[in-house]
Design a protein around this ligand. Structure first.
Ligand SMILES: [Fe+2]
Ligand SMILES: [Fe+2]
Length: 292
């Protein structure tokens, strides 16, 4: 079975919201105006979505950051881009939100994510969802919440307990979150960008040992194992909407061939070439207990 994993497509629209005074929105708008709009060309995100739609895959998983500032127009454009994927893959299209989709308290309250992506909404009071993607048991969780300035997520006790309960049922092949808990070379995540409680996520994954943990957030395509959870291959799909001279950071996605028990057999890193063509390269699956 082939899984297509993408994320961080980051559709954006400049504009003024009622919570324009929220510190991160002020900073985010300035950053978008000065820098981010050049790094996330709108047409690139649209091209990536079209290329994802054309891929042959049995299931598609999006690991968060549809939007840039949780603006209504951003969600609407992402929903339009995802609609033909939902049509093509039906219940085998699985998505969770990222920190940019939980940008401000007001945007969370207004429920734009839930309105535009009803198929990716969580049950009342829940932050964990499960799905059967054609015999593949997938568990996704939402660790994103608004912070006044920073881009963190939080694995709090309630979310850890909820995840523990769902994973205890066993048989989970793929765990999907937005944030990494491990970085290449065993590096630490940046204090203002990491998942707070990432060491607890590492321990939780180590306890339940799903064959795959899929995430994004750090805009860099990679696959690694962490000594705290050596049975689990962590895959970062890289951004689908960012432009970079580095192929591992340029708009793309990852294809994952998995066996019936969810064991990953082969990975392919894909990114868009200058002419819009899809460039593919094998991504090595590291041995257990190694993190190069
Ligand atoms: Fe992102
Ligand atoms: Fe993110």
């Amino acid at each position: 079975m082939r899984i297509l994993h993408f994320g961080d497509i980051h559709f954006w629209q400049l504009g003024l919201d009622a919570d324009f005074y929220y510190p991160k929105r002020v900073l985010g708008t300035a950053n978008l105006w000065l820098r981010r709009r050049h790094r996330f060309p709108p047409q690139l995100a649209r091209d990536a979505a079209a290329a994802v739609l054309a891929e042959a895959a049995d299931a598609v998983i999006f690991s968060g950051d549809m939007s840039t500032m949780s603006r209504e127009q951003e969600f609407a454009e992402a929903a339009r881009a995802f609609a033909p994927m939902v049509e093509k893959w039906g219940e085998r299209f699985f998505a969770i939100p990222g920190n940019h989709d939980r940008y401000t308290p007001r945007s969370v309250r207004l429920g734009g994510y839930e309105r535009h992506f009803p198929y990716a909404a969580f049950g009342a009071g829940e932050r964990v969802r499960t799905a059967d993607l054609g015999g593949l048991r997938v568990v996704g969780f939402d660790a994103s919440r608004p912070y006044r300035v920073r881009s963190n997520g939080l694995l709090d006790q309630a979310l850890e307990d909820e995840l523990d309960g769902v994973l205890a049922a066993g048989g989970t092949q793929v765990l999907v979150g937005h944030f990494p808990f491990a970085y290449p070379g065993g590096a630490e995540g940046k204090w203002d960008h990491k998942l707070l409680g990432d060491e607890r996520l590492a321990a939780l994954v180590g306890r339940h040992r799903p064959p795959l943990y899929l995430h994004g957030h750090k805009h860099h395509r990679w696959a690694l194992r962490d000594p705290r959870a050596p049975e689990t291959l962590c895959v970062n799909c890289g951004p689908a909407g960012m432009a970079s001279p580095d192929p591992a950071k340029h708009a793309g996605w990852v294809l994952i061939e998995v066996g019936a028990d969810g064991t990953p057999a082969a990975l392919t890193a894909c990114h868009l070439g200058a002419g819009g063509e899809v460039l593919r390269a094998p991504l090595a699956i590291p041995e257990r207990s190694s993190n190069p």
